[in-house]
Design a protein around this ligand. Structure first.
Ligand SMILES: Cc1cc2nc3c(=O)[nH]c(=O)nc-3n(C[C@H](O)[C@H](O)[C@H](O)COP(=O)(O)OP(=O)(O)OC[C@H]3O[C@@H](n4cnc5c(N)ncnc54)[C@H](O)[C@@H]3O)c2cc1C
Length: 442
């Protein structure tokens, strides 16, 4: 039980029972019994969620899908894959390699997060800027409703406009509408060549300007990631072996990846990006990774940012704000303004090409004035994001950590409409209760 009571938020809620079913039929039976006895059920995948979505806030039953972890079929001819929800993202990537296929959604939590969790959160990842998010790759779902009925929505056709798009509705529903038990995804041929550039800058705002300029100049990189000085230094402390690649004094780091199949085209795009850097303000250093091994080391710096920040041993509040890309420079500068003079420490990193920043506010455990300051800062960042036409969460979901801020973004009419959708699926409110909706409106 102590294993299943927390996720990556490190918040804890103890379940009364944990069940690990092996099949859809078992899930259906469990759901029928829980429904008839009014027992709350919380679906769980790899528990890497950053909004508390997998936490059993009312106790009851945790339904861990980790044992339903079969890759049922890799259909090479149709470039599709059928998986159970407990498949770990990295395992799927590994299995596809030998077929030269690629499932673009691959979050930084790839070694622990599950496909079911990725679907439930509509996960993003570093390459979403070019390839889109999880929703763009899911063609069909099998799912079990709160009362135990099994549904199959979408399927193996590339197109389907028959009625409302229930596949799209379930994706990103954070396990509040149905338990996903099978996933049909489309795949892409794996790009043959990838090149990575690392760019250090002495000014955060200039870094955000550069991100916007990449796209303005007609480039479509497969990833554009961003880290601020605190993120850079946390990783340098956490992974000292990669120290030679890190510039501790830099205000910001940008990683850019370009991919494709033709060497000449990739080289010319890489040259365009490097020459854009040459003339840009704030550049300290910009270079291309020398080989695949070095490129992998650079990506490790980015992937390990969150674990490195957590290793500092402080408590955190985390925001996952997203703005239209052209607003990124304004968001970065406004976060800088907001944190000036504050006691709490703030790290900003994330998927800059998507306008999606992760803001980690660190405060001393047990220090209530720091906790209060952290909450005020979080509220301010959310409000500024919404004023810029942004959204509360780009990929981590609302869960329990962002639900109190929902009214900043959504009108009562919109929230009510969502609640009516929830009611249509789950009239007793037993599936993953107390998520997404602000308490006052319950
Ligand atoms: C180091 C680190 C890096 C990360 N990087 C990224 C990133 O790059 N992009 C990104 O988007 N996120 C990222 N995340 C957040 C997290 O990994 C994702 O939200 C991921 O999709 C969660 O998957 P999971 O299997 O761990 O799900 P869990 O945390 O177990 O659950 C998440 C939600 O999904 C629901 N759920 C799980 N399985 C099912 C199912 N079968 N049916 C219905 N509902 C279900 C749960 O109820 C819960 O609401 C990161 C987290 C960490 C710790």
């Amino acid at each position: 039980m102590s294993h299943f009571c927390y996720d990556a938020t490190e918040i804890r809620f103890m379940p009364h029972v944990v069940l690990l079913p092996y099949s859809t039929e078992e899930v259906s039976k469990i759901m029928k019994i829980a429904y008839s006895l009014d027992i709350p059920v919380t679906p769980q995948g790899g528990r890497t969620g950053l909004s508390g979505g997998a936490l059993p806030v009312q106790g009851g039953l945790v339904l861990s899908l980790l044992k339903m972890n079969r890759i049922i079929e890799i259909d090479v001819k149709n470039m599709q894959v059928v998986v159970e929800p407990g498949v770990i993202a990295a395992d799927l990537q590994e299995s596809l390699k030998k077929h030269n296929l690629f499932f673009p959604p691959d979050p930084s939590s790839t070694v622990e997060s599950t496909l079911g969790g990725n679907v439930a959160e509509n996960a993003g990842y570093t390459r979403a800027v070019k390839y889109g998010v999880t929703r763009d790759y899911v063609l069909g779902l099998e799912a079990v409703l709160p009362d135990g009925q099994i549904i199959n929505v979408g399927g193996r056709t590339v197109k389907n406009v028959t009625g409302y798009d229930l596949v799209a509705l379930l994706i990103g529903s954070e396990g509040t509408l149905a338990v996903v038990t099978k996933i049909i995804c489309k795949l892409l041929p794996k790009p043959a060549i990838r090149k990575t550039c690392i760019i250090y800058l002495n000014d955060l705002g200039a870094a955000a300007d550069l991100v916007v300029d990449f796209f303005g100049a007609g480039n479509l990189p497969s990833a554009v990631e961003f880290m601020d000085n605190m993120s850079i230094n946390s990783v340098a402390d956490y992974l000292p072996r990669l120290g030679s690649l890190m510039r501790r004094e830099a205000a910001a780091l940008i990683l850019v990846e370009i991919d494709g199949n033709h060497e000449a085209a990739i080289d010319s795009e890489a040259r365009r990006i490097m020459s854009l850097c040459e003339g840009h303000s704030g550049i300290v250093d910009a270079k291309l990774a020398e080989n695949d091994e070095q490129a992998e080391q650079l990506w490790r710096i980015r992937r390990e940012t969150l674990p490195a920040l957590k290793a500092k041993g402080k408590d955190h509040l985390e925001a996952d704000v997203v703005v239209p890309r052209y607003q990124l420079p304004f968001l970065v500068r406004s976060i800088q303004e907001s944190i000036e003079g504050k006691t709490v420490k703030v790290a900003t990193f994330g998927h800059a090409g998507d306008g999606n920043l992760h803001v980690t506010i660190q405060y001393l455990r047990g220090n209530f004035s720091e906790l209060e300051e952290a909450h005020e800062l979080l509220g301010e960042i959310y409000r500024k994001t919404i004023e810029m036409g942004g959204k509360l969460t780009g990929e981590h979901g609302v869960g329990i950590t962002a639900k109190d801020y929902m009214t900043i973004q959504m009108t009562p009419v919109e929230i009510d409409l969502m609640k009516r959708v929830k009611y249509a699926f789950d009239p007793k409110g037993l599936l993953n209760p107390e998520k997404i909706f602000p308490d006052d409106n319950d």
